[in-house]
Design a protein around this ligand. Structure first.
Ligand code: PDD
Length: 281
């Protein structure tokens, strides 16, 4: 696999980063995951805009223009022959050559940028979408700026492990009893023809897939309500689902051992998945 590191295309085993990189020492970095379907980038613009916002919020300069970034994405898809899969992009504050809590001078320390591809054949026709996912609920103990897509993923990773241990597929996090989001996706419930999802704030990541799916839902005359919902309300819903660049729209059929509806994907989530894939391909 060819990867991109600080302006160069390299074989993955020749790409290396300093031990003083602040991404490594302090999780001082941001990332994006963009999906690829049929060799085509999905929602590149949305990801580029969110990336810039994450950088701005952390006072970090982008080491690359949006046009060059698009070119790197396309080149990696081409050289690695990605038909279905993902592109991972990470920008960290760089390697000042020592460990310090103070941000390094951006004139002397340039950010580190890394991109690599992940081939995932069968991403669109994922059989998991026919079965649906089981989730457990866990307390959301992450920091208060979840709208910034930082590489601090230890708690989401622990949440995923808690889910696996409990025989489930993922965890929904709750704060004051209200669902914030999944470990790496946005969370929704469905009641009748109404889709309910938490509104945008610093409490959740502003999902690029979320924005597209809500737009498609409204175009399909479905009702969308952006408001907080509790895990109890979710267990009582007709359907539930999550969205992300890596799962698109994925039905949720069980929450904390309680089956939703018939315990199989309902009507709304599979329809939204279909629309999303149709519109994106
Ligand atoms: N995760 N919420 C969280 C906490 C996420 O990490 C993600 C994405 C989302 C969905 O955002 P989007 O629709 O823009 O992918 C919501 C990516 C896929 C990841 O970490 O792999």
């Amino acid at each position: 696999r060819t990867v991109y590191l600080n302006g160069e295309y390299l074989p993955e085993n020749e790409a290396s980063v300093s031990i003083f990189d602040r991404g490594f020492l302090m999780a001082d970095g941001v990332y994006e995951v963009t999906s690829v379907l049929g060799g085509k980038l999905i929602d590149f613009d949305g990801h580029a805009v969110r990336l810039q916002r994450s950088l701005d919020e952390l006072d970090m300069r982008s080491p690359i223009s949006k046009e060059d970034l698009l070119e790197v994405h396309r080149e990696l898809v081409r050289v690695n022959e990605i038909d279905e899969g993902m592109i991972y992009l990470q920008i960290t504050r760089g390697a000042p050559g020592d460990r310090d809590f103070v941000f390094p001078d951006p004139e002397t320390t340039t950010p580190t940028i890394v991109l690599f591809t992940q081939s995932k054949p069968g991403l669109a026709d994922n059989p998991a979408a026919l079965k649906g996912m089981k989730v457990i609920s866990i307390e959301d103990i992450r920091w208060g700026r979840r709208d910034i897509k930082t590489v601090q993923l230890l708690y989401p990773s622990m949440g995923k492990m808690m889910a696996k241990k409990a025989g489930a597929d993922d965890a929904w996090m709750t704060e004051d009893g209200f669902v914030t989001e999944g470990t790496s996706n946005n969370a929704y419930i469905v009641k009748g023809n109404r889709i309910i999802t938490r509104g945008l704030s610093n409490d959740i990541l502003h999902g690029i897939t979320r924005a597209a799916v809500l737009r498609f839902a409204q175009e399909a005359q479905m009702e969308v309500e952006e408001r907080n919902f509790t895990i109890e309300e979710a267990k009582d819903a007709d359907e539930a689902f999550v969205t992300s660049a890596s799962t698109f729209v994925m039905p949720v059929v069980e929450i904390d051992g309680v089956s939703l509806g018939e315990g199989v994907p309902g009507r709304v989530a599979p329809r939204l998945r279909e629309i999303y894939l149709e519109e994106s391909r």
